[in-house]
Design a protein around this ligand. Structure first.
Ligand code: NAD
Length: 475
């Protein structure tokens, strides 16, 4: 059953009750799944007050208590992965196996934060005078406001929530209105795990209105956002005006460098499947394919051969390998990328159009010999389009790969150790993955540089954005 959609404030699930609502649609069938209530200003004020009140005791909670709750949530993720995954497929569209995997992977994020929150250590600094004791302690920053998107609606929300709660902060989160079931499920699990009221609050509404209200509130001390670069810049500017630190996980435009010494069929298949994961709506999706000229043609053929046989359909059907795009608006964006690439001399080798019938389906698309100045090579595609281009020289391709303001993930495939060493040193990105796709696991930091963001989630860095440093000196 698709869940009843509600706000979650001060430990209570609050349904519509006269509030403005918006319909939530299944992007594969366009059926209405439910109505999502928007928070009123009174609701936002109540969420702020509840988070503020809860912080007064939660900041003194023991790491063991916080760890126990996070562990219970990890177990609940595993226990409920099928049901939660099914609902994510219904409101977001990705294949069921991907939705279920997202929830299971998030149990690891919850476990990781349960472990790491027991290790938020301070330090002793040797004093100049033996009568003095000098300590550095790390304290929770306070009430956090978080805004998360629709592409990994479970993952992006639980990462922020577990980091805030594990650090001893309280949090108000506005999840994605288009795909709300995942955040609803997270709220229910924390509630069931015994989280005190007010520590986690979930609100919905018009994104710009809710974020503006929360970020301006003097109660909020920290802002965390995952989404597009332009929105991230707006929110970071507003947070900066109120002297609030931010964690920003923003868009990318990940280059993938394919060198001539690789196993072509194997790498072509790996890249093709990674490209269509979540229909390409992934901030770390490979999006600029630089293929060495010596293997360009055979690589292109092998790559297209795999993509041409990808099963596109309703994510609930067992054979589906790629679902619809999450929104109608993304279809027009895809068409625009393709037309622009063609007008700049690129060639359409596969796909390039919406599928017939109901739902926001867009087939896997390959564009060949796309010039670097085409829009698809400079703006984040966020869809199932792969533009291919040639290179011959390593220094030159690194320059091209580093030429954009983005710096999230980047990839290279080579069997040459020296080449691997050079590209991992020289690629300007928060994450570099060589010969596989391994950048989103609990124990490693996830984040971008340049326009792609500020700060990391996961790894031992995960609490950095949710703590402040206090120096105590005592004589
Ligand atoms: P968008 O920029 O309108 O929205 C992106 C996300 O930000 C959505 O979840 C939206 O609800 C939220 N948002 C928008 N304005 C906001 C505001 N003022 N305050 C708070 N939240 C706000 O774009 P879209 O059409 O939904 O998505 C397409 C683009 O978004 C893509 O091109 C991609 O760059 C980016 N995106 C990135 C990620 C990521 O993981 N980094 C995730 C989703 C979308």
């Amino acid at each position: 059953m698709y869940p009843t959609l509600s706000l979650f404030i001060n430990g209570e699930f609050i349904e519509g009750q006269g509030r403005k609502t918006e319909p939530v649609l299944n992007p594969a069938t366009l059926e209405e799944l439910g109505k999502l209530p928007h928070a009123t200003q009174d609701d936002l004020d109540l969420a702020l007050k509840s988070a503020q009140t809860a912080f007064e005791s939660w900041r003194h909670s023991s790491p063991i208590e916080r760890s126990d709750i996070l562990r219970k949530v990890a177990q609940l993720c595993r226990d409920n992965a099928q049901e939660i995954g099914r609902n994510i497929t219904l409101d977001q569209g990705k294949p069921l196996a991907e939705s279920v995997a997202e929830v299971i992977n998030c149990s690891e994020h919850a476990d990781w934060h349960a472990e790491e929150c027991r290790r938020i250590y301070g330090r002793i600094i040797p004093p100049r005078n033996p009568a003095v004791r000098q300590m550095v302690v790390r304290e929770p920053i306070g009430v956090c406001a978080a805004f998360t998107p629709w592409n990994f609606p479970f993952n992006q929300a639980i990462r922020k929530i577990t980091a805030a709660i594990g650090a001893g902060c309280t949090i108000i989160i506005k999840g994605p209105e288009d795909s709300p079931s995942a955040v609803m499920a997270i709220a229910k699990m924390f509630h069931e795990a015994g989280l005190p009221k007010g520590v986690l609050n979930v609100v919905w509404g018009v994104p710009a209105e809710v974020s503006d209200y929360l970020i301006r509130s003097p109660i909020v001390r920290k802002v965390s956002f995952t989404g597009s670069v332009p929105v991230g810049k707006q929110l970071a500017a507003l947070a900066g005006a109120h002297m609030k630190p931010v964690t920003m996980e923003l868009g990318g435009h990940s280059p993938v460098l394919v060198f001539p010494d690789i196993d072509i069929p194997r790498v072509a298949k790996q890249l093709a499947y990674f490209k269509v994961r979540n229909a390409g709506q992934v901030c770390i999706s490979p999006t600029r394919f630089y293929i060495h000229e010596d293997i360009y043609e055979p690589f292109k053929d092998a790559f297209i051969n795999v993509l041409a046989n990808v099963n596109v359909g309703n994510g609930l059907e067992a054979e589906t390998e790629m679902g619809p795009l999450a929104h109608e608006r993304r279809l027009a964006v895809m068409d625009n990328f393709v037309q622009d690439a063609l007008s700049h001399g690129g060639r359409l080798e596969l796909g390039g159009s919406q599928s017939e019938g109901t739902g926001y389906f867009y087939g896997p698309t390959v564009l060949a010999d796309v010039p670097d100045h085409a829009m698809i090579m400079t703006e984040e595609p966020f869809g199932p389009i792969a533009p291919l281009t040639r290179f011959s020289d390593t220094t030159d391709v690194l320059k091209r790969a580093n030429s954009l303001p983005f710096g999230l993930a980047s990839y290279a495939f080579t069997n040459n150790l020296q080449t691997a060493h050079t590209v991992s040193n020289e690629l300007q990105a928060g994450m570099v993955s060589i010969n596989h796709f391994g950048v989103s696991i609990a124990e490693t930091p996830f984040g971008g540089i340049k326009d792609s963001g500020i700060g990391s989630e996961g790894g031992t860095e995960t609490f950095d954005g949710y703590l402040v440093t206090k120096f105590i000196t005592q004589r």
